[in-house]
Design a protein around this ligand. Structure first.
Ligand SMILES: [Zn+2]
Length: 132
């Protein structure tokens, strides 16, 4: 059974982010280092996404909802979300991941609606910057 991938809006993501069992996956490439990022998001660049995919599964242990995004979530975000869904089907491992989502309008939409952007350089991002 193919997994369905749906879209969430920035507003929906804000409320989803309050739950502990969600992971946000940023698949932008170099842009992450100079444009900032959504606090708490993991970085898995689309350029070598497939090579790192088993690390991502490890990173998402205990999460049941994954939200992928790139700059606009038009090309890289959806394609990585699809690769990830296909991978889960191939390995048939019980990861506990139930929902694979894509952030509508991507990081660009997130930032332009005035939502908080984290500029830390920690890997992984430690989360909220404190200024809400
Ligand atoms: Zn950060």
């Amino acid at each position: 059974m193919a997994r369905s991938i749906s879209y969430v809006t920035g507003a929906q993501l804000v409320s989803l982010k309050r739950r502990p069992n969600i992971a946000i996956i940023d698949v932008r490439d170099d842009e992450r280092s100079y444009d900032g990022h959504i606090a708490g998001s993991l970085h898995y660049a689309s350029g070598n996404f497939y090579e790192k995919i088993s690390n991502l599964v490890q990173d998402c242990k205990g999460k049941d909802t994954l939200v992928f995004h790139c700059v606009l979530s038009q090309v890289r975000g959806p394609s990585c979300a699809r690769k990830f869904a296909n991978y889960l089907e191939e390995v048939k491992e019980d990861t506990g991941i139930k929902d694979i989502l894509i952030l509508e309008r991507g990081f660009s939409g997130w930032e332009s609606s005035g939502r908080p952007v984290c500029h830390c350089t920690s890997v992984p991002c430690k989360g909220e910057t404190g200024s809400a």
